[in-house]
Design a protein around this ligand. Structure first.
Ligand code: ZN
Length: 436
């Protein structure tokens, strides 16, 4: 941001007014009533009646705004777009947002905070008469959580072209209802909404989110400038042996998949789990069959969740999985079935610097942080410069009714989102004017 230009002084003063956290907080609490559980948690599944009610709440807020009206639209993937029109409507818009769906026993902040803050930024700009050259869009991505329909991040993947909409539509929930049928229902309820093209060009994407981890709180830091999302690979490993009587089958004749698992697990933990300081290696699920105290198991199935921020390292470690399993299974046979393969991504460093500057302008402390959890921004980063802003959450708890951030923390993140957007818009105007 150039500070020498005379007109930036007023713009910077506007930035520093932030967005006023009280209205945002009360709206966040109201949104948390939609799909509310008795214990204070939220169950708002993707494309459910509760999420439809959340759409109605947000479009209602958008309609109440003063100043330029906010336009509501959707797309074939059931993403919600709330657009504050800019001066030149053919310029690619800026997207700010997150998701409105939750885990079955989720909290009030995960996702909802990012969408509501994005809308609040737009409403505040409209109220202050701030006009931008390009459209500003608050977006709610369809099915980030992946709990009703798996996998998650369907809306952002469809938007970024990482997954096909036809394929997504065939996925069914536990009741046999397809994404396609649920999307058609959503679009029937909101029949009047214009339909945008899937994956229209975007100038930049900003996502504000709770950290869902303990680092910011532990460091006493207000704002996390997210450097990227760590990569993740998962497998299902099947070890086949031979069942037998625990009292009669001689040890030398056994093909015991549980004994094989013990050797394999130690080898994997040694070689992968201690490869360096950054790796995360987890065996979270082990199922022996028939799982009876006096029976040598016939089969054992276990899961591997392997994460690392460095893609080359993640690939290198991942390539060892099959060999480590086979080498330690002895007389049993092993099959490694790869499931998830999501490489790590780095967010735009230039946008990161804008976030850092915006935070310090308000007097908020900030630090770079790697996201250990996945987010829609992972897919947006494939098609446009993207950034994420984190705020602390109590004890790092998320995906739980106990999920909590204070009104001050919520307000601080929204202030930084507001000011980062303003600073980014100024750099864009500068570039456009320099070019002309
Ligand atoms: Zn989320």
């Amino acid at each position: 941001v150039s500070t020498s230009k005379p007109d930036t002084a007023t713009a910077e003063a506007d930035c520093l007014r932030g967005i006023g956290s009280q209205r945002l907080w009360s709206r966040l609490m109201t949104l948390g009533e939609i799909g509310a559980l008795a214990d204070g948690g939220v169950n708002r599944q993707a494309l459910s009646e509760a999420e439809i009610a959340a759409w109605q709440y947000l479009t209602g807020l958008a309609a109440q705004g003063t100043g330029r009206p906010i336009e509501v639209s959707t797309d074939a993937a059931g993403n919600l777009f709330l657009t504050l029109p800019g001066r030149y409507r053919d310029l690619p818009p800026v997207l700010l947002g997150s998701h409105l769906d939750s885990q079955p026993a989720g909290g009030r902040f995960d996702g909802a905070y990012g969408v509501l803050s994005a809308l609040e930024v737009l409403l505040t700009r409209a109220e202050r008469g701030l006009e931008s050259e390009r459209d500003l869009i608050a977006v709610g991505w369809m099915n980030e959580e992946g709990s009703r329909f798996a996998p998650g991040m369907m809306g952002s993947q469809a938007f970024a072209g990482a997954a096909g909409i036809d394929e997504i539509r065939t996925v069914c929930d536990a009741d046999g209802i397809s994404v396609g049928a649920a999307l058609d229902h959503l679009h029937t309820v909101f029949a009047g909404l214009p339909r945008r093209a899937l994956g229209f060009p975007v100038a930049a994407y900003f996502e504000l989110h709770i950290e869902q981890g303990p680092l910011l709180e532990a460091a006493g830091t207000n704002i996390g400038v997210v450097s990227g999302i760590q990569g993740k690979k998962t497998w299902r490993i099947e070890i086949d042996g031979e069942s037998g009587h625990a009292g009669t089958l001689a040890m030398r004749d056994r093909r015991d998949p549980l004994a094989a698992f013990a050797r394999v697990a130690v080898a994997l933990d040694n070689e992968l789990g201690h490869a360096d300081e950054q790796v995360k290696f987890t065996i979270g699920r082990v199922v022996a069959e028939p799982n009876a105290p006096s029976v040598v198991p016939r089969k054992l199935t276990f899961s591997i969740d392997l994460r690392h921020p460095d893609n080359a390292m993640l690939t290198r470690l991942g390539m060892q999985v099959e060999a480590l399993c086979s080498a330690n299974a002895r007389s049993c046979s092993v099959r490694a079935v790869p499931l998830v393969d999501a490489p790590s991504n780095g967010f735009d460093p230039q946008l990161g610097r804008l976030i850092e500057t915006a935070a310090s302008a308000f007097g908020y402390s900030s630090m770079p942080i790697l996201s250990a959890a996945g987010h829609d921004a992972r897919y947006l980063a494939q098609v446009t410069p993207s950034a994420m802003i984190f705020i602390p959450c109590r004890e790092g708890i998320s995906h739980s009714p106990a999920e909590w951030s204070t009104p001050e923390q919520v307000g601080a993140g929204a202030d930084v989102l507001y000011a980062t957007l303003e600073a980014w818009l100024q750099t864009q105007n500068q570039e456009r004017h320099d070019a002309s």
